[in-house]
Design a protein around this ligand. Structure first.
Ligand SMILES: [Fe+2]
Length: 256
């Protein structure tokens, strides 16, 4: 790094790579592609003005940071599920369900053209969507018979509990509201708040469809699964009432 008389700071490619925590080849590729303008020394070496570096590489740095954040989120999410599973707070079937719902939810989000950061946010929210069940008595969650009114009211607390748990973690905080809303319905008859249509975050509208479909067809649950066609019919039947009609169309293309 060199300071000239007019105070402009110049970097060698190696210094630029170290300064921005990038590989030397990344910086060189930018130079060779003409994306990074340099000055040449009399000896033919590239010198990059710092201002030029900041302008050209800021996007690159941003995406690098974002990718790093995404892998941190993944790690934290996996750790939480492992801990709760080890404590016996979440059953194996719920973990499998969460993974399958996450896969379908992220596929729907990708089909909607979302960027990787939003897709990952929805995928993680899907993996953790029922984490609030740690606050609901197991005998109620696993009750094979019809639930009483009071029992159902207790189950309905799980989106709020999930939001509370996840809000306490900075890295996952942006998924908390999606988790809170995964049982809302577009007709406003869902819980816990009764939000309608677009008031419900798009991630929550996606997860509610993926969740319903997976619950119907999954073979690991204690409930008897229904066929793929029956599950699709059921989703269509609740289009525009329980589920977002536009998202249903995409989801059906993916599972059909
Ligand atoms: Fe749920």
């Amino acid at each position: 790094m060199k300071n000239t008389s007019n105070e402009e700071i110049y970097f060698t490619p190696k210094q630029a790579a170290a300064y921005f925590n990038l590989s030397l080849s990344t910086v060189k590729n930018y130079i060779y592609a003409g994306k990074l303008k340099t000055l040449k020394t009399p000896g033919g070496h590239h010198r990059i003005p710092k201002a030029e570096l900041l302008i050209t590489l800021s996007d690159k740095i941003k995406s690098k940071e974002e990718l790093h954040n995404l892998s941190l989120k993944d790690d934290l999410c996996a750790s939480m599920l492992t801990i709760f599973k080890a404590l016996g707070s979440l059953g194996n079937s719920l973990i499998i369900h969460a993974q399958e719902v996450a896969e379908l939810s992220s596929n729907i989000a990708r089909a909607m053209g979302m960027d990787e950061v939003d897709i990952k946010r929805i995928e993680i929210a899907a993996q953790l969507h029922d984490i609030g069940q740690i606050g609901v008595d197991k005998s109620i969650l696993l009750k094979p018979d019809r639930l009483t009114f009071q029992e159902y009211e207790l189950i309905k607390n799980h989106p709020r509990i999930g939001k509370e748990v996840i809000s306490s973690m900075k890295a996952l905080k942006d998924t908390a509201e999606i988790i809170a809303q995964h049982h809302e319905r577009v007709d406003g008859k869902g819980y816990p708040v009764g939000l309608r249509g677009d008031e419900i975050q798009i991630g929550a509208r996606i997860i509610s469809i993926a969740e319903a479909y997976n619950s119907m067809v999954s073979t690991y649950s204690y409930k008897r699964p229904v066929s793929k066609d029956m599950a699709i019919d059921e989703l269509i039947r609740h289009k525009g009432t329980q589920f977002d009609g536009e998202i249903i169309k995409l989801a059906l293309e993916l599972v059909g």
